[in-house]
Design a protein around this ligand. Structure first.
Ligand SMILES: Cc1cc2nc3c(=O)[nH]c(=O)nc-3n(C[C@H](O)[C@H](O)[C@H](O)COP(=O)(O)OP(=O)(O)OC[C@H]3O[C@@H](n4cnc5c(N)ncnc54)[C@H](O)[C@@H]3O)c2cc1C
Length: 378
């Protein structure tokens, strides 16, 4: 986005990529259909030490702007759920848009090219030592934009390069950790949970005053699914999640309704939740009709289904995390241009910056918006 915008302004742009092709994360995103933006984007959909930082860029380059670009290239798309826009066909359609815009505006792309070192000269120029096929070369420019992403999915080319550049030029960093990631449970602490692998239920999950109501998926190692990926970005080691397995129902009221009936409670509940899950949650109670549980048992059953406490032991880590939380501290950047305030000509955009979106197209919108803003200034 930044190179395209710079190219539009008549700037000579060179895009350096160390992988064999550009935009691999675009290709693998959204299950192959790239959730390229969201109809409703605002600062509350992002996590950052400074929650206001992203406002300016998101207002200057909006989802409607990116949608116009997608429409200009006649790429069909649809709203899947919760404002999330996906390609009708394939993620490559989005990458093709960006590549074609790069061609139109004279952006040069150098793949399989790594940057060995950077120096900043007195003439306010950045000199980069490059390597391609064991051949060394160098390039210089008055602007250097770091768009190298976070640490997630190293096999797709992710590296800590952007953080090293920030450190080299004295920009502070917010510690990084994996976000939008599955959570692991300690099997001995949560005995028997692995048997639930494959079950998916709509839940409301809460942690640190944040809640998400979406699907939860039980896995062999713990919990995943959109609800868990969302809350994982707010979860810190040692904390418990509170899961409401019946967010659409009031179990207290249901128990009162079911009281006159002689059907076993677990059979009543199995109209709402998978039986295997209920057997796990109610394993400490005898299987009885609703009216035969005493008051204390009823309260405990309500609690175990509406306020189930689960303490994950870990995340699945960067190897599967969709994003990296933390990164270049926004304190050191202009929210309008993404330029480093104390280092002329140096910019940081996208995921390398300490701005991390929710699941739902927010991370790409941040990448487009921050790139667009830098592109107006370089
Ligand atoms: C599986 C998966 C699915 C996702 N799905 C979605 C989705 O549907 N919607 C959404 O909004 N977000 C999604 N995301 C998040 C989104 O992909 C990222 O937030 C976004 O790609 C960040 O853009 P970026 O340009 O900052 O970094 P990246 O897209 O990571 O691009 C950085 C580029 O820099 C290159 N690079 C790294 N180090 C160097 C170096 N030293 N030298 C040269 N090049 C280097 C990398 O190879 C890469 O091509 C998904 C992420 C993953 C992992």
């Amino acid at each position: 986005m930044c190179a395209i915008e710079a190219g539009k302004r008549g700037r000579k742009a060179l895009l350096l990529e160390h992988a064999n092709k550009i935009g691999k994360k675009i290709l693998m995103s959204g299950g192959g259909r790239c959730n390229f933006t969201n109809l409703s984007v605002n600062a509350s959909n992002y996590i950052s030490e400074n929650p206001h930082f992203c406002k300016s860029a998101l207002a200057r380059y909006t989802p409607a702007d990116f949608i116009s670009l997608v429409e200009k290239h006649q790429v069909p798309f649809y709203e899947k759920t919760l404002g999330q826009l996906f390609c009708q066909h394939k993620s490559a359609d989005i990458l093709d848009i960006l590549a074609s815009e790069c061609t139109s505006f004279g952006v040069n792309i150098a793949t399989l090219t790594s940057c060995q070192s950077i120096s900043h000269t007195d003439a306010n120029t950045y000199e980069l030592q490059l390597e391609r096929d064991d051949k060394a070369s160098s390039v210089s420019s008055t602007s250097l934009v770091v768009a190298s992403g976070g640490l997630s999915i190293p096999r797709m080319g992710a590296s800590g390069f952007g953080y090293q550049v920030a450190e080299q030029f004295g920009l502070p960093l917010i510690p990084t950790r994996p976000g939008l990631v599955a959570l692991h449970l300690d099997e001995s602490a949560q005995g028997g949970l692995a048997q639930l692998a494959g079950i998916s239920v709509d839940v409301s999950v809460s942690c640190n005053s944040k809640s998400f109501q979406e699907a939860l998926l039980f896995t062999h190692r713990g919990l995943s699914g959109p609800a868990i990926l969302q809350i994982s970005s707010y979860w810190q080691a040692g904390e418990a999640l509170e899961i409401d397995l019946l967010p659409q129902h009031d179990l207290e009221q249901l128990l009162t309704e079911w009281e006159p009936q002689s059907t076993l409670l677990i059979n009543q509940l199995s109209k709402l939740l998978p039986k295997r899950l209920l057997e796990y949650c109610l394993q400490d109670y005898p299987q009885l009709p609703t009216r035969q549980y005493n008051r204390q048992q009823r309260q405990q059953i309500i609690k175990s289904l509406h306020q189930w406490q689960v303490k994950p032991c870990n995340t699945d880590g960067y190897k599967t995390a969709e994003v990296t939380l933390g990164g270049v501290d926004t304190k050191a950047l202009s929210s309008k241009t993404m330029a480093a305030s104390k280092q002329p000509g140096l910019y940081f955009i996208g995921e390398v910056v300490d701005v991390t979106g929710w699941l739902g197209g927010y991370n790409f919108q941040w990448a487009w918006a921050s790139g667009w803003c830098a592109g107006q200034d370089v």
